[in-house]
Write a new protein. Structure first.
Length: 299
């Protein structure tokens, strides 16, 4: 059995879906888990049944000043940080703006976590073998970054293009972070948790679900989808595998699926498996890093 006594983890979005299951597993193994939340009341309610050392803090990923305040307070506490699991996100929602006129999915899923991670540099680098885990998705296959207009200012907003872009950004961020911090013994991973029915789908209509093939017209779930979709417990497994598995020591920057390192996609790859070439490109990871730094500086 895993003993995580004395280990500290920050788990964004750790109060619903696979985040809740991940926090449950870490706390059960003795870890101290900090769950930053936009809604403290909701987090307290959702986590009330869990036992262990779980601390809820205030943070809104769509508000960079809120992110900085949370990170500064954690750094000031002097605690180590063995793992940062950037799990929170929104999915395929109507066009909304956060920060300095940022498209909300890119702003919350990517830029908020980008700044959070950078602001936690000190405790991560001061903790031997620290890991950063970015929740990406097989939805990264939808699109590379919209390099010329990531915030949909000059082309029509499409909620799935925006989600795919955000998930590609999560994977490229892990690649870029690993390249920067691996010499300081901080490694980063991204992953596809598997298809999971969680509150993340709250912006999807029944029509969306049917169009995606996730549901039949009568509301039932097709057998093939039942086989592909995981429970939140199963979905959380790959995130914890990335955060904890000693087999990954000395490795990083990779995209994982089904508790394994994903291979790069080929012509034979199924639609929702393997890593597409653009999330494996170190030059694109560097380009995203520089673009993100500029956005944060302006924001």
């Amino acid at each position: 059995d895993l003993d995580l006594q004395g280990k500290y983890f920050i788990f964004t979005g750790g109060y619903s879906g696979l985040g809740l299951e991940g926090v449950r597993a870490l706390a059960a193994a003795g870890a101290s888990v900090i769950v930053p939340a936009r809604s403290r009341a909701k987090a307290e309610q959702d986590l009330s049944a869990l036992t262990g050392d779980i601390e809820i803090a205030d943070m809104d990923l769509g508000d960079i000043n809120s992110v900085r305040k949370f990170a500064a307070e954690y750094v000031a506490s002097g605690r180590p940080l063995h793992g940062l699991i950037n799990n929170a996100g929104i999915m395929a929602c109507p066009l909304a703006r956060v920060g300095k006129d940022w498209e909300s999915q890119f702003g919350i899923c990517h830029l908020g976590h980008f700044e959070l991670t950078r602001r936690l540099e000190k405790p991560l680098k001061n903790t031997q073998g620290a890991r950063v885990v970015a929740l990406s998705s097989a939805a990264h296959i939808i699109t590379d970054i919209h390099w010329d207009d990531p915030h949909f200012h000059s082309h029509d907003y499409d909620k799935w293009q925006a989600y795919g872009q955000a998930k590609s950004a999560n994977a490229l961020f892990a690649r870029g972070l690993d390249a920067r911090w691996k010499n300081d013994d901080v490694r980063a991973f991204s992953l596809h948790p598997g298809g999971i029915f969680t509150p993340l789908q709250r912006h999807l209509s029944e029509e969306d679900m049917v169009a995606l093939g996730w549901k039949n017209a009568d509301g039932s779930i097709p057998d093939g989808i039942k086989a592909m979709f995981k429970s939140p417990e199963q979905g959380g497994a790959t995130a914890l595998w990335c955060a904890l598995n000693p087999a990954l020591d000395g490795m990083g920057g990779v995209y994982c699926e089904d508790c394994d390192i994903a291979q790069q996609a080929t012509e034979d790859s199924q639609r929702y498996e393997h890593a597409r070439e653009w999330i494996c490109d170190p030059q694109k990871a560097e380009r995203l890093w520089e673009m993100s730094e500029k956005m944060i500086a302006e924001g």
